[in-house]
Design a protein around this ligand. Structure first.
Ligand code: HAM
Length: 413
């Protein structure tokens, strides 16, 4: 029988990587706390309908990337491909948007998309997701961009560039959509099969297609900026003025439309030269219509998500220092030492010290090697002589000094 392997695109995070993951997650929590965002943990699975209605039927995610199944009761369920729809559902279900103040929320965890796995792109991947509800103004858009920027900068990402655009709103976008469809229809023979299909359903996505033929065909196409209504224009100006005020490096990309249908007005991504690729490490925007679309009140909202895989890879490449080893490695040097050693290790752990041990008798040489490999600060030796004196010998592995301590007084360790 062959041993089973993990599912393609689903990766184990092994102990030597777990420290880096914790570091990225702790950084996310620290920045979120400083900006006043609180954690909401929605479940990993939601009704399929939530994503169909929320993200848009004609998006790549809903069309071809969702992990959908029927449960034993016949209900269609989907592993979340992103967090926003679930966050909105939870916020509405628990009335977190009642009262006057904006709700500032974040969530950290795995997402699932059936994509072609490649370096840093997985089928189970992780995001920091940040969402704010109730505040319609451009300053809150700038605040979430700033939060994201701080998170990435504090992790050591260099040359951060914020790419922004405005996607308009329900009053100005339809007119642009109509113009875009007729402009694209006249050039459809130059578009890839995906874009030809998308043309009428989701024409804005054609502007964002990575296919070189499509990029050339649409290079001089109509842009939304000319069609923006007064309030959308004002909102965009307010956002970029705030980014200027904070000295952030931003550019406008008229073709930035993002891959999910819920965006209105602000869309943004952050790129970094540290990641050496065109792909955004994070993106988001405003989605003022989504709450109402999912059956709730009309609540404006804005947010982003940052993929964590590539951030962890970057830290790993930079040889982040290894996490500290245990305080003690306990070495029973004879079989009579196993029980008292086992008990002492437990007593020390209960006092908050970290103690590594292998419950077998070995030579001093092999134990020293093992303590060294684990990066332990001190070795506790427990052999026949120590047992006879009810003591242990403690060797400081860095200072190479030894002293005796009482076996029965864990408070002295
Ligand atoms: P998204 O652009 O689909 O937006 O994903 C955000 C980030 O998640 C991407 O920039 C990328 O870093 C990461 N990501 C996406 N797919 C994968 C994958 N297969 N493997 C590794 N990383 C991946 C959203 O998810 C929106 N919910 C963002 C948002 C929140 N908008 C408003 N609020």
């Amino acid at each position: 029988m062959t041993a089973l392997a993990a599912v393609r695109g689903f990766k184990d995070i092994l102990p030597d990587q777990a420290g880096l993951w914790r570091r990225v997650e702790e950084q996310a929590r620290s920045v979120a706390a400083r900006f006043g965002y609180v954690e909401l943990r929605p479940p990993l699975m939601e009704k399929t309908e939530l994503f169909q209605r929320g993200l848009g039927e004609a998006t790549d995610v809903v069309e071809k990337e969702m992990y959908t199944m029927e449960d034993r009761g016949g209900e269609r369920l989907t592993l979340r491909p992103e967090a926003t729809a679930g966050m909105v559902r939870a916020v509405l279900e628990h009335n977190l948007v009642e009262g006057g103040r904006p709700a500032r929320l974040f969530c950290l965890g795995p997402m699932f998309r059936y994509e072609r796995p490649q370096k840093g792109r997985l089928r189970q991947f992780h995001q920091l997701d940040v969402e704010v509800f109730r505040d319609p103004g451009p300053l809150i858009d700038a605040e979430v961009v700033l939060l994201l920027h701080s998170f990435l900068a504090e992790l050591g990402l260099g040359d951060l560039q914020v790419v922004v655009n405005s996607l308009g709103c329900a009053s100005c976008r339809p007119q642009f959509r109509t113009e875009l469809i007729s402009w694209l229809t006249a050039r459809q023979e130059n578009l890839c099969p995906d874009c030809r299909r998308r043309l009428t359903q989701n024409p804005l996505r054609v502007l964002d297609c990575k296919n070189e033929g499509c990029r050339q065909a649409t290079a001089n196409g109509p842009t939304l900026s000319r069609h923006l209504c007064g309030p959308c224009r004002e909102h965009f100006d307010g956002l970029v003025a705030a980014l200027d005020l904070m000295g952030l490096n931003w550019v406008r990309d008229h073709r930035l439309v993002r891959g999910l249908d819920y965006y209105t007005r602000t869309a943004f991504e952050v790129h970094s030269s540290s990641l050496g690729s065109q792909n955004a490490v994070a993106g988001g925007g405003r989605y003022d219509g989504l709450c109402a679309q999912l059956g709730g009140p009309d609540v404006p909202a804005v947010g982003f998500a940052a993929g964590l895989e590539r951030l962890v890879m970057l830290l790993a490449e930079r040889h982040a220092p290894a996490p500290p080893g245990p305080d003690y490695y306990l070495a029973p040097l004879c079989s009579e030492a196993l029980d008292p050693g086992f008990k002492l290790a437990h007593q020390l752990r209960a006092r908050g010290l970290s103690v590594a041990a292998d419950w077998e008798v070995g030579s001093l040489k092999s134990r020293l090697k093992r303590a060294d490999k684990l990066g332990a600060a001190k070795l506790i030796m427990l052999g026949p002589e120590e047992l006879a004196r009810r003591e242990t010998t403690i060797r400081d592995l860095a200072a190479k000094e030894q002293r005796a301590l009482p076996l029965d007084d864990p408070g002295l360790y």
